[in-house]
Design a protein around this ligand. Structure first.
Ligand code: BDP
Length: 706
């Protein structure tokens, strides 16, 4: 009997009963299979010694025990006192004499130091949260097979507020969510705490995310009602040990909708008092509540302009209510209205004049580009243009415009392109990164937000590779000098395998994936040519939207003379919103790199680009290159998937096939349509569209997710 039991145990070990379904994200902690490395790690790690009794230190203890036991294949326990091979974790204060001399001042409130001394590994920081971040970093070193014999490293986040924005509704649908329903099961909260909430917090803490906005920016006023505050508080309790604060999107008209007031005018004393009372109430539920995210006077949302007041008036009213508790307001600059001649310009026009008028605890949250999370956008002209206001940057992880959760797109090259772009606000080197980390103007409030791509799908993000974008946002928010290559490398090693026969080709595939997508969707600076409403698939011909700037034809402006949006002085002159040095790169047809061309110029079809091709030929070639790029991804995956588990290998394979089909659809539909203006043949090597233009125009997707 005993023998069979042992056999069974062995079997269970080799073939885990739960499949490799992606749930564990990058925190898998499987047994290290490299025998020499395992031996080395076992020699250096014999047990743990944790000082501190807080919930955060308990989380650190749990994580270390589970992870080390899993990776080393032997039980790692707490030791009564440190010895050789002990992993010691605790704050500098708690460790006292155990900590060798050395400064922790550079690690701030959330950073950490890891060092080896007398054969022990010490993980420390000024706070428990810092120690926890250090623990996760140490585990990352092991998971990625790094040497740990002589460690001495310090790390602190470059940006203070590192936040996920969930566009989740109270009925669990998600605005632009493609990975199932909301992970917040509002109905069962606060009584039922899904294990996922803890795993969500662990994952975020491991990459340094320290805040989460629970609800959609198109907010429901009920989110601020006592019943929902109680639920939000239950989540905050789960997240707190992991150093993660809860924020809420506030609906500006809540005083009317749930407060029974006649107005939401920010200058009205009753309204101001309502918000003060509301904030006080929120802090009674959530003592470390982070603050509000607000979308106002945008896409039909209420805001201060309804009462003839400015964005600053609105933001400051909320900021005053939050200030006593050290809460912040993240006021979004994503605004546009029907009257603006070029949507590109509106946020700058509305916000720049308000620079200097916001309270200290307000950050203006600006999307990476001026239109709306398109596959490629120039950096938003507000970056560098509001020196007296902290600006946060907002990226979109959920792939509203990047193939939903069916396309493999690794976003860090896109993030980096924006972060490293030079605004020249204070001369050369005034990068967007330096604007948002506060260093350019000396702001202590600094932030970065990612619109979450997380849902209740078993693997969290729908596409197994969507996890990489979540991971990358956290890592970059902590340290934006990390390259896309480094981040992909560590993510792949933790999420799949350390086998370089897998890691290297898949990394190359990830690094090329964003450019591929830009090519098969919106090459050469095209933008906003997707399906109406749901944004699924190509629809460059669409012109029936209620507002001009909801129509693709407004953005590409194709006609017999050429294609592209003239934003130079002869057109909308949006370029004037950039500093002269930044503007210069895009200002003339000659100076403008091909990849940005149609963002700023209306270009004749037969104009010769830097590539040497005519515009029409280059457009065709880019579309085709995008499709071929996806074909290459499929081929790569087929070759390397033998190195990973069958379940995820199969998922990715199927998704890549869908991506290939859809990339072909984008190419064919767009070229068939644009050819009606260019009136030129497809160059050699570009396949004729599979169907007629009419066929593509007639495709309808009323039930596509959105
Ligand atoms: C757009 C989305 C819309 C969002 C809006 C926003 O299409 O669903 O509500 O952004 O950021 O990209 O507020």
């Amino acid at each position: 009997m005993r023998k069979y039991f042992l056999l069974l145990l062995l079997f269970v070990n080799l073939h885990p009963l739960h499949a490799e379904d992606g749930y564990r994200l990058w925190l898998r902690y499987d047994l290290i299979t490299d025998a020499a490395l395992l031996q080395d790690y076992r020699t250096h790690i014999s047990g743990i010694y944790i000082t501190g009794e807080s919930a955060t230190m308990a989380a650190a203890r749990r994580e270390l025990t589970t992870a080390l036991t899993g990776m080393l294949g032997k039980t790692i326990q707490e030791q009564p006192k440190p010895q050789g091979g002990t992993v010691i974790a605790g704050t500098a204060t708690a460790l006292g004499p155990l900590l060798p001399k050395g400064s922790l001042s550079a690690t701030g409130e959330e950073g950490f130091r890891i060092l080896t001394t007398a054969g022990r590994t010490i993980i420390t920081g000024n706070t428990d949260a810092g120690v926890l971040h250090g623990v996760f970093h140490f585990l990352r070193l092991l998971q990625t097979h790094q040497p740990i014999q002589t460690l001495d490293l310090s790390s602190a986040p470059g940006i203070r507020y590192r936040i996920l924005d969930h566009w989740d509704n109270l009925n669990r649908t998600i605005e632009r969510g493609y990975a199932g329903f909301s992970i917040w099961d509002w109905h069962k909260l606060p009584g039922y705490l899904d294990r996922r909430y803890t795993d969500y917090a662990r994952a975020n803490a491991s990459i340094g995310i320290n805040g989460t906005v629970l609800n959609n920016v198109n907010a429901n006023a009920l989110s601020l009602s006592p019943a929902y505050l109680e639920k939000a508080a239950a989540l905050a309790n789960v997240f707190r040990p992991y150093g993660i604060k809860v924020y809420l999107s506030a609906r500006f008209s809540a005083p009317i909708e749930t407060g029974g007031l006649k107005t939401a005018d920010p200058q009205d004393p009753q309204v101001q008092q309502w918000w003060k009372d509301k904030v006080k109430e929120i802090y009674s539920y959530i003592p470390d509540f982070g603050g509000f995210l607000v979308k106002a006077n945008s896409e039909g949302q209420p805001g201060p302009q309804n009462y003839g007041r400015s964005h600053a008036d609105g933001a400051n009213m909320l900021a005053d209510a939050l200030a006593p508790y050290k809460g912040i307001v993240m006021w979004r600059a994503f605004v546009y209205s029907n009257t603006n001649e070029d949507r590109f310009k509106q946020a700058y026009d509305e916000f720049k004049p308000l620079d200097g008028q916001f309270r200290d605890n307000v950050a203006v949250q600006v999307k990476n580009g001026p239109i709306d999370f398109q596959p490629r956008e120039p950096f938003h002209p507000l970056f560098g243009a509001m020196p007296r206001t902290p600006l946060m940057i907002e990226f979109q992880l959920t792939q509203e415009y990047q193939g939903f959760a069916t396309h493999l797109v690794y976003m860090p090259p896109q993030f980096r392109e924006v972060l490293m772009a030079d605004t020249y606000a204070k001369g050369k080197g005034s990068t967007v990164a330096k604007v948002i980390d506060g260093s350019l103007e000396g702001h202590s409030l600094s932030g970065i937000a990612g619109v979450a791509n997380i849902g209740n799908d078993r693997n969290w993000t729908g596409h197994p590779f969507g996890q990489a974008n979540w991971y990358a946002l956290g890592r970059l928010a902590w340290d934006y000098t990390l390259t896309p290559d480094q981040i992909a490398d560590e993510w792949l090693r933790q999420t799949f395998t350390n086998d370089t026969r897998f890691v290297n080709p898949v990394k190359a595939m990830m690094l090329a994936s964003h450019e591929n997508l830009v090519n098969y969707m919106t090459p050469l600076g095209l933008h906003h040519i997707m399906g109406y409403g749901h944004h699924y698939g190509p629809a460059p011909w669409f012109d029936k939207g209620a507002r001009a700037d909801w129509n693709p034809v407004y953005f590409h402006r194709a006609d017999s003379a050429g294609i592209g949006f003239d934003r130079t002085a002869t057109g909308s002159n949006a370029l004037a919103q950039y500093t002269p040095e930044a503007r210069r790169q895009w200002a003339t047809l000659d100076s403008c790199p091909d990849i940005w061309l149609l963002w700023f110029h209306h270009v004749p079809w037969n104009y010769t680009l830097h590539s040497g091709n005519t515009l029409w030929n280059e457009l065709c070639k880019r579309y085709e290159a995008g499709v071929q790029g996806v074909q290459t991804m499929c081929n790569t995956w087929d070759k390397v998937s033998q190195f990973v588990d069958e379940e995820r290998a199969e998922q990715v394979k199927m998704l890549l096939q869908i991506q290939l089909t859809e990339a072909g659809w984008w190419r064919d539909a767009c070229l068939a349509y644009f050819q009606t203006f260019a009136k030129m043949p497809l160059p050699a090597g570009i396949p004729a569209p599979a169907h007629t233009l009419e066929y593509y125009k007639e495709l309808q997707f009323p039930l596509a997710p959105h």
